[in-house]
Design a protein around this ligand. Structure first.
Ligand code: LLP
Length: 428
């Protein structure tokens, strides 16, 4: 589900009118629904209830403290990829003991920080990293919990920039070689071999790749449990969401749109739970996009409408620095006017931002309702990898973020000021 819909011709999030909110806080503005975040978390948790399991929300998708605090209260663990993300989790009240630490390039400082805070496991991506962790653990006089990320070499069927489980990706250790790496790691006295991990990619909309990867991993997980006593198998994240027609379809049909088929949480569970149920280990999930993607929108206002020689451009006040997914992955975000159009008349436009790059667009050759100067639109499904990937390119302050809970709208990050952008710089 998600909590954005038209009521009396106006787009609302839960019980809050989005146009009123935009006037109060300005645009561009990120708006999140806590009900949607909780619904997705709880549904995934319930779908996995027959397995001993732990959800470790992938912080990279949306790392706002309010999002992390909401999930921490639900009992979520966290999948982190930097010292900065660990810092955020701890500030938000999350437990280090439920954190897995991923990433191919962990620094000495980050490993030390994770160890001192008592994280659950490092998901290790190379032999050199195993050696580094062992060395640091020795210096701190403790044993570091580790899992090795296995590259199962399966096709995830997603955009090449977000596919991670093929042998030509930089991630993980080849499945053919990993038994030997565990055997070598078992001789490093300051490591505790706690688990095994995989993650094959992101925005995966079919169950086949998940089932294929899990199936490929099963014998390995069983062997590692027997030989090294590992206690968990993390099957990563990657569950795709619907980006098309999220409003028009209505609440019930929303998951099932043909234009952009995405498996539901329940279908995902049906494909992996039977495979996993006899393993004598705890199963970890690392969803990011699934939890927050459809729970957020980016509100933006039309600045100008410009008729070019061959195209009509609608220029808005959000830019690629605020939401980079269209530029980077040809990501699709539905364009929904905050005032419900009274007729079905559309025109073909490019919706573009003010940044000095041709890649600064949100929609190209898209048929959308007629939009005039000053009108407000929502870029839908922007809760994941939206603000988290925002930058100050073109010296643009990053947007404010609002969390909605029922009738209440809370500013969970204020709009950046120009002074904040240059803080830290000096002339000589
Ligand atoms: N676990 C690991 C090890 C990951 O690398 C990722 C995402 C996740 C979990 C969470 O994946 P999710 O459930 O969100 O698909 N910026 C891109 C997506 C990059 C994903 C990177 N890794 C986008 O906007 O599409």
């Amino acid at each position: 589900m998600h909590s954005f819909q038209y009521q009396n011709g106006r787009l609302v999030c839960e019980n809050v009118d989005l146009e009123t909110l935009a006037h109060e806080h300005g645009t561009p503005l990120y708006v999140y629904s806590s009900a949607t975040i909780l619904d997705h978390y709880r549904r995934l948790d319930a779908a996995m209830e027959t397995l001993p399991h732990q959800i470790c929300y992938a912080v990279k998708a949306n790392s706002n403290l309010a999002v992390l605090a909401l999930l921490a209260k639900e009992g979520s663990g966290f999948d982190i990829v930097s010292g900065g993300e660990l810092f955020r989790v701890l500030k938000a009240g999350g437990a280090a003991a439920k954190c897995t630490f991923a990433g191919v390039g962990k620094t000495t400082e980050e490993i030390e920080y994770g160890l001192r805070e008592g994280i659950y496991s490092f998901n290790v991506e190379s032999e050199a990293e195993l050696l580094r962790i062992n060395e640091i653990a020795q210096r701190l006089n403790l044993r570091a919990p580790v899992a090795i990320r296995v590259n199962p070499n399966v096709e995830a069927g997603t955009h090449k920039y977000i596919s991670t489980g093929k042998s030509d990706n930089k991630f993980g250790i080849d499945i053919e070689r990993v038994r030997d790496v565990y055997a070598a790691a078992a001789n490093l006295p300051h490591l505790h071999l706690r688990g095994v991990q995989m993650h094959i990619g992101s925005q995966i909309t079919k169950s086949g790749p998940f089932a294929a990867a899990v199936t490929k991993m099963l014998p390995l997980v069983a062997d590692l449990q027997r030989e090294h006593g590992i206690e968990f198998f993390s099957i990563g994240g990657g569950l795709g969401i619907v980006y098309h027609d999220s409003i028009g379809a209505g609440q019930e049909a929303w998951w099932k749109q043909e234009e952009s088929p995405a498996i539901t949480i329940e279908e995902y569970a049906q494909s992996v739970v039977p495979l996993l149920k006899n393993l004598p280990v705890k199963i970890l999930f690392e969803p990011g996009r699934l939890i927050v993607g459809n729970a957020g929108v980016l509100l933006t206002a039309v600045q100008f409408v410009k008729q070019g020689a061959s195209k009509k451009f609608v220029i808005v006040d959000a830019g690629m620095n605020d939401l980079i997914r269209p530029a980077l992955y040809q990501g699709y975000h539905e364009v929904v006017p905050l005032r419900q159009p009274e007729d079905a008349i559309t025109e073909r436009i490019d919706l573009v931002g003010p940044v000095c790059e041709s890649g600064d667009f949100f929609a190209q050759d898209r048929d959308v309702a007629q939009l005039g100067q000053g009108e407000l639109v929502a870029l839908m499904s922007a809760g994941a990898y939206g603000f988290a990937m925002a930058s100050n390119y073109n010296s643009r302050p990053r947007p404010a973020e609002i969390m909605i809970t029922g009738d209440a709208a809370k500013v969970v990050r204020r709009r950046e000021s120009l002074d904040e952008i240059i803080a830290g710089e000096s002339i000589s």
